[in-house]
Design a protein around this ligand. Structure first.
Ligand code: ZN
Length: 274
């Protein structure tokens, strides 16, 4: 048996054929709406038949399309069982597959907003209504910054790009409003240093909450903010290691940056029927 995996992102759609050991055999790239065409090309070029495909795992950026709608339409058009998930969950599953002893893993993606993928016993956790991982809207500062959800003080309101710029503005940083994480952390003015320190503190608070909730073996950070590297990770981890409930235990989980290998999401989508 074989598995087809499809990943739909902003720039492109990728599809890959895997064998039953989850080894990638063939990969195709196309436009956003090309999923069915790519499945057909994988099957014909590899010389197998539809009956040889066990299922199609689909991961889609839910800000572009609904993974469930894509799966339902594709199932009708190609006649194969389609299993949907979000891009973040697929990346979390793919990351966990490549790491030793990663039965529990949390992936935190910070960009314009915060998305979270939670792997428990090697499966993606969703909760009721598929809303069981809204880490973004846990409150880290009562009566703090207004959040897009209507509440105040949410983790997302501080850690996402607009939160970073709001912290920079309150600290009096020049150019606040349009700064990337990398730009702020490369600045050396006293105002920028103050904003960096505050940002690290809020980020560490949100991450400490995740560790206290899940005790993941791995907590993986993803998104453009990871370009800051050690200048962010080192001071943040000083706080996280001190503040987490298990601070005195030796066997702590590892906080790391995401593997930037492009096939992580494809592997994760291929694992959906495992
Ligand atoms: Zn919120």
């Amino acid at each position: 048996m074989y598995i087809i995996s499809i990943v739909i992102e902003k720039e492109r759609t990728e599809a890959a054929l895997f064998d039953k050991e989850y080894k990638l055999l063939l990969k195709k790239t196309g436009e956003l709406e090309d999923a069915a065409k790519l499945c057909g090309a994988l099957i014909s070029e590899s010389g197998i038949s539809h009956a040889d495909i066990d299922y199609v795992g689909i991961a889609a950026d839910s800000s572009l399309v609904s993974p469930c709608s894509v799966a339902s339409e594709l199932e009708k058009s190609i006649g194969l069982k389609c299993l949907p998930t979000t891009l973040t969950d697929a990346r979390a599953l793919g990351e966990a597959y490549g790491l030793e002893d990663a039965s529990t893993l949390v992936m935190l993606k910070i960009d314009e907003k915060i998305e979270c993928g939670i792997i428990i016993d090697k499966k993606a956790y969703t909760g009721a209504n598929n809303q069981g991982k809204s880490i973004a809207h846990t409150v880290i500062n009562f009566d703090g910054f207004e959040c897009s959800c209507g509440n105040r003080g949410c983790f997302e309101a501080y850690a996402c790009n607009s939160g970073l710029n709001r912290i920079a503005a309150e600290s009096g940083v020049d150019g606040a409003g349009a700064l990337t994480h990398k730009q702020l952390f490369e600045m050396n003015t006293p105002e920028a240093k103050q904003a960096q320190m505050l940002y690290v503190k809020y980020l560490a608070t949100g991450i400490t909450n995740i560790i206290n909730l899940f005790q993941p073996r791995y907590l993986v950070l993803d998104g453009p903010f990871t370009e800051v590297g050690d200048a962010l990770m080192n001071p943040m981890m000083d706080i996280v290691l001190r503040e987490q409930y298990t601070h005195s235990m030796s066997n702590k989980g590892e906080v790391r940056f995401a593997d930037v290998k492009s096939d992580t999401a494809l592997i994760g989508a291929a694992l959906l029927g495992r």
